[in-house]
Design a protein around this ligand. Structure first.
Ligand SMILES: [Ca+2]
Ligand SMILES: [Ca+2]
Length: 307
């Protein structure tokens, strides 16, 4: 009898041990699978035309002392401290030429099962000539427009990058402390950004997109350009109007609503207030317009606190 019990206990012990070994193996495989799906980390190499934003705290949201005279909107409050790890962000918006190269490389305008770009819209500067995607004359270096969130997301991931989070976008736009615009608190004019100067001259600066990098005077404290105006930019976060009251301190990734995605920075077609570095817009993922584009970001080497 005793021998039978010992045999039984021994059998159960071996079974449990085997299960543990099996589960550990599976977890290792799962981790490896995930590892192949994440963009490559860039170690000590500055990617072309990207800007390194150091790890550390910054103030996110609207500061009434730096609101450019527009009262803070509810969804920009409360002003709160956020930590973001070190990352690279594109210095410029993604251009028509870059988007055409992406579509030609994959020979498809389908992203996540939907249009990457709304080419049925006459405002799209890209078209299919029967053999490949082409850019309208003169628009190669203008930011791509009519991009869906799906198109922006796949473009970044297939280039080894990803969309910036809303927090990353905002830190790159105004630096550690809040200023109303990338260049400071001074109201915009047509030497600083491409926008609708309704409250100044009463006119559009260009009434259309301008080539990327046309406003170096309007660069952010980190040297990132066109964060105010030219085109609105998709980020990776879902939108929620009260997210700032529940946002985590460490690398926030947005609300779990998944209904609307956040868009930032205003456009050539918008007034001063939408150009504020903390202004928040949102649209369905399939939304596409003559005034919306994007830029990408990517992880840098470490989480170290550097500043
Ligand atoms: Ca922009
Ligand atoms: Ca459209």
């Amino acid at each position: 009898m005793k021998i039978k019990i010992f045999a039984m206990i021994g059998f159960i012990f071996v079974l449990v041990l085997a299960s543990l070994v099996y589960l550990t193996q599976m977890q290792t495989y799962a981790r490896n699978d995930n590892a192949t799906n994440t963009p490559p980390k860039l170690v000590n190499a500055e990617p072309m035309e990207m800007v390194l934003i150091p790890a550390g705290d910054f103030q996110m949201g609207c500061d009434p002392d730096h609101d450019a005279g527009y009262a803070c909107h509810d969804d920009e409050l409360p002003l709160h401290t956020v930590f973001v790890s070190e990352y690279f962000i594109d210095k410029y918006e993604v251009t028509n030429e870059q988007m055409a190269a992406f579509l030609n490389k994959r020979n498809s305008n389908i992203c996540h099962g939907f249009d990457c770009i709304d080419m049925n819209d006459p405002h799209a500067r890209l078209s299919w000539n029967g053999s490949y995607y082409t850019v309208e004359d003169g628009y190669n270096h203008h930011p791509v427009v009519e991009v869906t969130w799906y198109g922006a997301d796949i473009y970044c991931s297939e280039n080894g990058k990803r969309l910036p989070t809303e927090a990353e976008w905002e830190k790159a736009a105004h630096g550690k402390s809040v200023q109303a615009y990338p260049w400071g608190d001074q109201l915009p004019d047509c030497s600083l950004a491409n926008f609708y100067d309704f409250f100044g001259s009463g006119e559009f600066c260009a009434g259309d997109t301008k080539p990327i990098g046309s406003y170096p005077k309007g660069a952010s404290p980190y040297g990132v350009e066109d964060m105010a105006g030219n085109v609105w930019e998709w980020v990776s976060d879902s939108y929620s109007s009260d997210y700032y009251s529940v946002s985590p301190y460490y690398n926030p990734h947005g609300a779990m609503t998944n209904k609307f995605m956040v868009m930032r920075g205003g456009s050539f077609d918008n007034k001063d207030d939408t150009l504020r570095t903390f202004d928040r817009n949102h649209h369905f993922r399939l939304f596409s317009s003559h005034f919306n584009g994007f830029r990408c970001a990517v992880e840098a080497e470490s989480d170290e606190y550097k500043d």
